[in-house]
Design a binder for this molecule. Structure first.
Ligand SMILES: Nc1nc2c(ncn2[C@@H]2O[C@H](COP(=O)(O)OP(=O)(O)O)[C@@H](O)[C@H]2O)c(=O)[nH]1
Ligand SMILES: [Mg+2]
Length: 300
C-alpha cells in the first residue's frame, strides 16, 4: 500500500514550501519521500522533484498557443494531464514500491470545487496505483484577521471537502505570522474549531463592504454550521512540533499508522492455519495443583 498527501490551497498559501519542509521532516523519520510537482506555475522549485508536470506540459506554451490567461491555462494543463494520465502513472510506478508521495497541486481554487479534472486525476491515480491519500488543504492564517475572508475560507474548505471526497485536513498555514496582523476578534481556538459563526456577524457588520452582503453571509454561515465538517489544524513549517502534530493527524487519516499491521498478517496467518492451539478453559498445571490442594484442605 502506498501512502501520501495531496497538497492544495490558494496561491501563496505555502504549498510548495510545505512539500519541501514535509519531505525533509518525513525523511528524518526514515521514510523515503517522492515529491510530485503537478503545478505548472511553480517556478524555481526548492525541492528535488521526482516527477514534474513541466516535462509533460508547460503553462507558458499553453498560454501562447491558445491565447489563454494564467487561470484558463492552468485549467487546460489539468485537462491535459487527465487525458495523459498514463504518462503520470508510468512515472509513478517505479516510485510506489517504497516511497511516500507528496503531490504539489496548483493554487487555482476553482480546480478543487468546480472543475472535475484535478479530482479525476486523483481518483485515477488512487484506483490504478492503489494509493491511500489525504488532502492537506492550506489556508493562509492571515484570513482569520478579516471576518469576510474567514467565511470565504470556510466555504472554500467545505466545498473542496465535498468535491474531492477524500480524507481531508484543513490547515491554517504560516501561523507564526498571525501576530503580525494585529489582534484577532476572538482567540485562535474560535477560528480553528469553527464554533458558533453567529458571533462573527457583529464583526462582519463593522465592515461597510460586508454590510450589503449581510443576509448572504448569514445564510452561508448557516450552511457551514449545518454541515459541521470544517475545522482547522495550524502549521508553522519551521517548527518541528507543529509539523510533527500534523504528521500524526495525517497518518491517522490515511491509515499510515495501520500499515505495519500488514506485516503482522503473516503472523496471524500462521495461527489461522495451525490447529486450535489455545483453550479458553485451560489452566496451567500449577494453578490446578493449587486449587486442588486448597479444596483438599477445605474438605479436611
Ligand atoms: N513565515 C512563514 N512563511 C511561510 C510558511 N509557509 C510558506 N511561507 C512563505 O509563503 C510564501 C508562499 O509560499 P509558497 O510555498 O510558494 O506558496 P504556494 O504558492 O502555495 O506554493 C513564500 O514566501 C514562503 O516562504 C510558514 O509556515 N511560515
Ligand atoms: Mg507553489
Amino acid at each position: 500500500m502506498v501512502f501520501g498527501q495531496v497538497v492544495i490551497g490558494p496561491p501563496g498559501s505555502g504549498k510548495t514550501t510545505y512539500c519541501n519542509g514535509m519531505s525533509q521532516f518525513l525523511s528524518l523519520l526514515g521514510r523515503k519521500v517522492a515529491v510530485v510537482n503537478l503545478d505548472p506555475a511553480n517556478d524555481a522549485l526548492p525541492y528535488e522533484c521526482a516527477v514534474n508536470i513541466e516535462d509533460l506540459v508547460k503553462l507558458s506554451d499553453v498560454m501562447d498557443e491558445h491565447s489563454l490567461g494564467p487561470n484558463g491555462g492552468l485549467v487546460y494543463c489539468m485537462d491535459y494531464l487527465e487525458k495523459n494520465i498514463d504518462w503520470l502513472e508510468e512515472k509513478l510506478k517505479p516510485l510506489i514500491e517504497d516511497h511516500y508521495l507528496l503531490f504539489d497541486f496548483p493554487g487555482q481554487v476553482e480546480l478543487f470545487f468546480l472543475h472535475s479534472n484535478a479530482r479525476s486525476v486523483i481518483e485515477k491515480l488512487i484506483k490504478r496505483l492503489n494509493l491511500r491519500l489525504t488532502v492537506v488543504h492550506l489556508i493562509d492564517a492571515h484570513l482569520c484577521c478579516d471576518p469576510g475572508k474567514y467565511v470565504s475560507a470556510l466555504l472554500l474548505s467545505l466545498s473542496a471537502m465535498l468535491h474531492i471526497e477524500l480524507p481531508h485536513i484543513n490547515v491554517l498555514s504560516k501561523i507564526d505570522l498571525i501576530e503580525n496582523y494585529g489582534d484577532l476578534a476572538f482567540n485562535l481556538e474560535y477560528y480553528t474549531d469553527v464554533q458558533d459563526l453567529k458571533r462573527l456577524q457583529y464583526h462582519l457588520e463593522q465592515d461597510p463592504r460586508s454590510a450589503k452582503y449581510r443576509k448572504l453571509t448569514e445564510e452561508l454561515c448557516e450552511v457551514i454550521d449545518e454541515f459541521s465538517l470544517v475545522n482547522f489544524s495550524t502549521l508553522d513549517i519551521q517548527d518541528k512540533e507543529s509539523v510533527g502534530n500534523l504528521v500524526k493527524l495525517i497518518d491517522k487519516s490515511n491509515g499510515y499508522i495501520f500499515s505495519s499491521i500488514d506485516s503482522s498478517v503473516v503472523e496471524f496467518s500462521k495461527i489461522a492455519a495451525a490447529p486450535l492451539g489455545w483453550d479458553y478453559f485451560r489452566y496451567p498445571l500449577l494453578v490446578f495443583i493449587i486449587i486442588f490442594s486448597k479444596q483438599a484442605i477445605y474438605l479436611q
